[in-house]
Design a protein around this ligand. Structure first.
Ligand SMILES: [Fe+2]
Ligand SMILES: [Fe+2]
Length: 215
């Protein structure tokens, strides 16, 4: 785990070395403005028709309304997810050692939220960053996601009444808060300034589509 701070020490000097702006003609993130939620609405209708989609449809509508609440902007959606995840951490930190069932449920909730979030970033946002020559930041952020999985693994397998449990949760929360701050305050605003409105819409549509796969 010590490597987290090691990598962070390197980041400021290295991060901006290769940043050449690219509007990326031919980029997967630069074509057409036709991407929207049409296919998803079609899938929703199909799910309803075959009668297997009630729960999925409910999640779809929740996802859609969260996206609308964030102005259908990929970075605002991610910001809201960061906020909700940190709130779940705070609920977990307020539990006692005898609330083992509640702790297990909250770890599952965290796990679901973080896996969905990472899937969206790793399959759309970080690749788009790399295409815009933001490779150093994308690699750093994805490396940290590896430690997110490690903490989830540990918490899932640790006795929920262990005196170590909240210690690990607190460390984990610090990692997430710092990671989210780097995304929200540095990487995403800079990247968003570099891309066109069309690319921005494309990334939002692709990210929502990836999020739907995790419902
Ligand atoms: Fe991330
Ligand atoms: Fe994030």
């Amino acid at each position: 785990m010590a490597t987290r701070s090691d990598t962070r020490d390197n980041k400021s000097s290295d991060r901006r070395t290769e940043r050449k702006h690219s509007s990326s003609d031919g980029s997967a993130f630069s074509f057409g403005s036709s991407a929207n939620t049409g296919p998803l609405l079609g899938a929703l209708a199909a799910g309803a028709v075959i009668g297997v989609g009630a729960n999925w449809a409910r999640k779809f509508l929740m996802q859609k309304s969260a996206s609308m609440a964030a102005g259908n902007q990929w970075d605002e959606i991610l910001k809201l997810e960061h906020k909700a995840t940190l709130a779940t951490f705070d609920t977990l930190l307020a539990t006692d050692d005898n609330e083992t069932g509640k702790r297990a449920t909250l770890v599952k909730k965290l796990s679901y939220a973080l896996e969905k979030h990472a899937h969206q970033e790793e399959n759309v946002v970080y690749p788009a960053l790399r295409q815009a020559n933001e490779t150093v930041d994308a690699d750093h952020l994805e490396h940290e996601h590896g430690y997110v999985k490690t903490y989830l693994y540990e918490l899932d397998n640790m006795p929920k009444d262990s005196p170590e449990f909240l210690v690990r949760v607190r460390e984990f929360r610090n990692l997430i808060a710092e990671h989210a701050r780097m995304e929200e305050d540095q990487v995403y605003p800079r990247f968003k300034n570099e891309i066109s409105e069309e690319q921005n819409k494309k990334i939002t549509a692709l990210m929502n589509k990836e999020g739907m796969k995790m419902l």
